[in-house]
Design a protein around this ligand. Structure first.
Ligand SMILES: [Zn+2]
Length: 550
């Protein structure tokens, strides 16, 4: 039983006659066309978009009588989207995980609703590689028979599969290292490879540049395989435990080795050419998937990206995580278009509504999007607003700490993020609603934007962390209980939603979207040139991309 009837009382418990659970599968064929229906009821098509939505003739869900975006957020429409996503998850064992039919149907549902409202939807494909180990790895060196897999060497994290035999050649190695961490830079410069023999195997030392950069240089030099060992300082002699950025970006097998193994190999090479065999015993499954993008043009081509991830984990349908964000961003798109068509003037910026794929696999879709931007395109990105989990049943109203004044740790947000934070907090305060700051801990799709210097903001209602006594005083609910006890579980279905909180968050999202649409680019952080990498994010791995626990 929900703690307080006013908040968290699921509309569903009133057992709306429309939804007797037993007959749900009967409604499934209804859901996909429902997308277009809901879109059509959102009002006439946006200016500049293709063709008006199909005339559904169904009862109008809501005609925007009030003229601002926050006021046209409608809980029944939000919940209808959640019902549809939950029902679609039935196609794939109640999950909308990457690669599942239910994910594809969720994308069809969202695309159908947007196109029904006149948007032209970009369905941007990308492929995610899921990496797994099939064995401990092989390192065979004549005369060095006591090397143990998992102790002296192992598969390098996210190494491509493969076996290679050939002469081992050292590449700009400095042992002992001249100083502390990253005081060496083996294989980082082109000149390091001047004497390298294509077809040979490269012995590389950790330090100076990323593992992925080293491997790319080795591949360019024609290396058949790589042994990458730890840098050699007192606290960096064990297995590297590192991982590559993108398993799909490489083709040459890599082994991870201790400094002691490298010292033994170098001793052997000092007396003559050394032939070694390595094998990375791993498998890579390729999952083609998509991001969905839909633009509502403004006076300029500068972009405010309003995003939510569309996928769930394998364990459950992901209705709070992240059907709630998906439904909110979809309604923002539908209602913003309806208001625009009803005569609302174009704001300064173009609104880009984004539905990310493969977030649960490591922000893969949003990374693919940001990495695909050249410097000019990046400079046109004014802001990113992210909505991931907005209806936690024991939740709270958290706003990402754009100005960092809450000192919660996490990533430092680019200048301009403070303005975005204020758009949310001003809205809550104007409605006399408490809010709490939350850190940019790198656990959602704002991450790649922040790394690329794009100001970011957003909302979050809580996941696995327990509600504190203080938060329970402010928000109600149960202290000492998770904010969302069904986080990443099978029970994250339509029953796992607080509709009162969802509407409050959706209205705040609408206020921030409307406010951000007139912002001009903040130029301060645009100097950053290097494309963002996973392991620059605090949560996803920290410095050098620490290998995920096995
Ligand atoms: Zn999520």
């Amino acid at each position: 039983m929900r703690p307080r009837p006013t908040s968290g009382t699921p509309r569903r418990t009133l057992q709306s006659p429309l939804y007797p659970p037993a007959y749900l599968p009967l409604y499934l064929p209804l859901y996909l066309p429902l997308a277009g229906l809901l879109a059509a009821c959102a009002g006439p098509a946006p200016k500049g978009a293709r063709g008006a939505g199909a005339d559904s003739g169904a009862p109008e869900a809501s005609e925007p009588t009030r003229s601002t975006l926050p006021d046209v957020m409608d809980i029944d429409r939000l919940l209808a989207h959640l019902d549809a996503l939950d029902a679609l998850s039935a196609a794939s064992a109640r999950s909308r995980v990457l690669g599942s039919a239910a994910f594809d149907q969720s994308a069809d549902y969202v695309q159908g609703a947007l196109e029904g409202a006149g948007y032209s939807v970009q369905r941007v494909p990308f492929t995610h590689g899921v990496w797994s180990e099939t064995g401990p790895g092989v390192l065979a060196v004549g005369g060095l028979s006591d090397l143990a897999a998992g102790v002296d060497y192992q598969n390098f994290g996210r190494s491509p599969p493969g076996r290679a035999t050939g002469q081992l050649l050292p590449v700009d190695i400095q042992l002992p290292p001249p100083g502390g961490t990253n005081s060496t830079d083996s294989g980082c410069q082109a000149r390091d490879w001047d004497d390298f023999e294509p077809g040979a195997l490269a012995l590389l030392q950790r330090g100076g540049c990323s593992f992925s950069e080293k491997l790319a240089m080795a591949e360019a030099a024609g290396a058949a395989g790589v042994i990458l060992f730890n840098e050699g300082q007192a606290d960096r002699r064990g297995l590297v435990e590192g991982q590559l950025d993108d398993v799909l970006a490489h083709s040459v097998p890599v082994l991870d080795a201790t400094t002691a193994v490298a010292e033994a190999l170098l001793e052997r090479m000092a007396v003559g050419p050394l032939t070694v065999t390595i094998e990375a015993q791993v498998a890579v499954e390729r999952f083609p998937t998509v991001n969905l993008l839909a633009d509502l043009p403004g006076q300029t081509a500068d972009l405010v990206v309003i995003g939510a991830h569309l996928d769930s984990v394998a364990a459950g349908p992901g209705i709070n995580d992240n059907g709630s964000g998906t439904a909110t961003v979809l309604e923002l798109a539908l209602q913003a278009a309806a208001l625009r068509a009803a005569g609302e003037p174009d704001p300064r910026d173009t609104l880009r509504f984004a539905f990310w794929g493969a977030e649960e696999e490591g922000l893969i879709g949003s990374f693919a999007y940001v990495r695909g931007l050249d410097e000019l395109a990046l400079a046109a990105h004014v802001a990113n607003l992210n909505f991931d989990m907005l209806a936690s049943p024991n939740g709270l109203r958290a706003v990402y700490d754009g100005d960092g004044d809450a000192r919660l740790g996490g990533a430092e947000a680019p200048a301009g993020s403070a303005v975005l934070e204020a758009l949310f907090t001003d809205h809550f305060e104007a409605r006399d609603l408490d809010w709490s700051p939350t850190a940019f801990d790198g656990r959602s799709d704002y991450g790649p934007f922040i790394l690329a210097g794009v100001p970011a903001g957003g909302l979050f209602s809580g996941a696995e962390v327990d509600k504190s006594a203080h938060e329970a005083l402010i928000y109600g609910g149960a202290a000492g209980e998770p904010l969302d006890a069904c986080y990443h579980r099978a029970c994250d279905g339509v029953e796992n939603i607080d509709p009162v909180l969802l509407l409050e968050m959706a209205e705040a999202a609408a206020a921030a979207t409307a406010g951000a649409a007139d912002l001009a680019p903040f130029v301060a952080d645009r100097a950053r040139s290097a494309p963002p990498r996973h392991h620059d994010l605090p949560y996803v791995g920290g410095c050098d991309g620490a290998r995920p626990a096995r």
